[in-house]
Design a protein around this ligand. Structure first.
Ligand SMILES: [Zn+2]
Length: 270
């Protein structure tokens, strides 16, 4: 990659959690012929910053979206953004890796922001098939309404395939989990990070090739694992950040300040 060896810093912010079992999160779990077991699921958003810009990757679930599904709120996301120095009035660019409820809540906090999302994802969630139970289960109408309103206001950039957001920051569509599921690669002072979002919910999912239970296209999900493995094997990526693994924060440098228990960072601001 030809991006400058300069310094974005990635902040991983955990705002929610859930306790469940493997048979609930892995697609057709009986095919593995293994006993069921508990698994913890965390909910994250990601902040990419350098001296000049702030890019938010996903915006978590809304109060309503989390409550109706019985999720545990570890902190209030609007307050947490403020505590981390993210000012909605500065209209940071927002990348939506996909349009599920736990990634697109709170968009209304940022009424001036540009929103970047795969065109396939936007098209899907504005199409009739997205109303069918297997898909609609994972979305919130209120969040989708904010997204379509932003589109009508001209604030949505819908990309095809991949898009460079800034030097050293790229969003790449992999599909699989949803039609336009995307990941974000970031050049930090500590190497290239892939924010895998729900292309990889759990490290076990990726390492043992076990697709998540909610999936639009299983072959594409397997190919997404392969793509990320290839990036890692060829040295293009040094750090894989999962979308929901409860061990994620522990893999990276602990955060500081009042949200230290819920944050980790990769790279330093230069
Ligand atoms: Zn998710």
């Amino acid at each position: 990659m030809s991006a400058p060896q300069s310094g974005y810093q990635v902040t991983i912010l955990r705002y929610g959690s859930r306790s469940t079992v493997k048979s609930d999160v892995y697609l057709n779990y009986p095919v593995y012929d293994e006993a069921d077991a508990p698994i913890e699921m965390d909910y994250f958003v990601w902040i990419v910053r350098d001296a000049e810009r702030t890019i938010l990757v996903d915006t978590g679930f809304s109060r309503h979206g989390g409550e109706v599904r019985g999720r545990t709120f570890l902190l209030d996301l609007p307050d947490a953004y403020r505590a981390l120095g993210v000012d909605p009035a500065s209209a940071p660019t927002i990348v939506l890796t996909h349009a599920h409820y736990d990634h697109t809540g709170n968009l209304d906090l940022f009424p001036g922001s540009e929103i970047v999302i795969a065109e396939d994802e936007l098209d899907f969630w504005t199409s009739p098939v997205s109303r069918r139970a297997q898909f609609h289960h994972s979305a919130e109408d209120a969040d989708l309404a904010v997204l379509t309103r932003a589109r009508d206001e001209g604030r949505v950039t819908a990309f095809r395939g991949a898009e460079r957001l800034a030097p050293g920051v790229e969003v790449v569509q992999l599909g699989g989990h949803t039609p336009g599921q995307s990941v974000v690669t970031v050049q930090t002072s500590d190497g290239v990070v892939v924010l895998a979002s729900d292309a990889i919910h759990f490290y076990e999912e990726y390492e043992r090739d076990m697709p998540f239970t909610y999936v639009a296209d299983v072959p594409a999900m397997y190919r997404g694992f392969d793509t990320i493995r290839d990036w890692v094997a060829t040295g293009g990526v040094q750090h894989v950040v999962s979308g929901h693994d409860a061990g994620t924060l522990g893999r990276f440098a602990p955060g500081t300040g009042e949200l230290a228990a819920h944050t980790a960072t990769i790279g330093s601001l230069t």
